[in-house]
Design a protein around this ligand. Structure first.
Ligand code: ZN
Length: 192
């Protein structure tokens, strides 16, 4: 899957909107990204999982570990494509942890998979969960990387699509300065 094909898929699914948006954080942005809108279509999720698997197979992972909720669907699809288990960690009392009887053993080579990498913080935290369980982290991957290259890891990292979406304080927003109306994403239906 090429970068253009992927961008087109995101646009057609309404998962990448370009315009003038007020984000949940209150910041304004020229774009809005919601991976779940692509992943809601199983064939798309499966294709993205295969694409990540093709980029990470050489790391010979034995298990995929994802942070819930955003990483669960894509992690499962990467596991399917690699033919390995896919487990997830979830937040309890503020910290990510393995629950539900999921086990990572000392023999496991762990691939950490997320939907969107923003700062790299949750990927790093998920790596710690794998290491604390005794596993060896062999790599990390995401569908989208919006860190602008600022996220660095001590294992190989692969992303299918790099997206730069600048955010602004409302008072400093150039789109507001142009008088363009601001929209809250998800406030209206999007045709696919
Ligand atoms: Zn604005």
């Amino acid at each position: 899957m090429t970068r253009d094909e992927l961008l087109d898929l995101y646009r057609r699914s309404g998962a990448l909107l370009e315009g003038h948006f007020r984000l949940t954080s209150g910041l304004h942005s020229t774009g809005y990204l919601q991976c779940a809108l692509v992943l809601q279509y199983p064939p798309h999720a499966e294709a993205l999982g295969r694409a990540i698997a093709d980029r990470t197979r050489e790391l010979r992972p034995t298990v995929v570990l994802s942070p819930a909720l955003g990483g669960v669907v894509i992690g499962h699809e990467v596991g399917r494509a690699l033919g390995v288990r896919a487990v997830f960690c979830e937040r309890q009392d503020g910290a990510l942890m393995l629950r539900r009887g999921f086990v990572i053993s000392e023999n496991d080579r762990v691939l950490v998979v997320e939907d969107v990498l923003t700062t790299g913080g949750s990927t790093r935290e998920t790596m710690q969960v794998a290491k604390a369980a005794g596993g060896q982290v062999v790599g990390a991957a995401s569908i989208v990387d919006r860190s602008s290259g600022s996220a660095q890891f001590d294992v190989p990292f692969a992303a299918l699509l790099e997206v730069v979406l600048p955010t602004y304080e409302p008072a400093a927003c150039p789109l507001c300065a142009q008088g363009l109306p601001v929209v809250k994403p998800g406030s209206r239906p999007v045709a696919v």
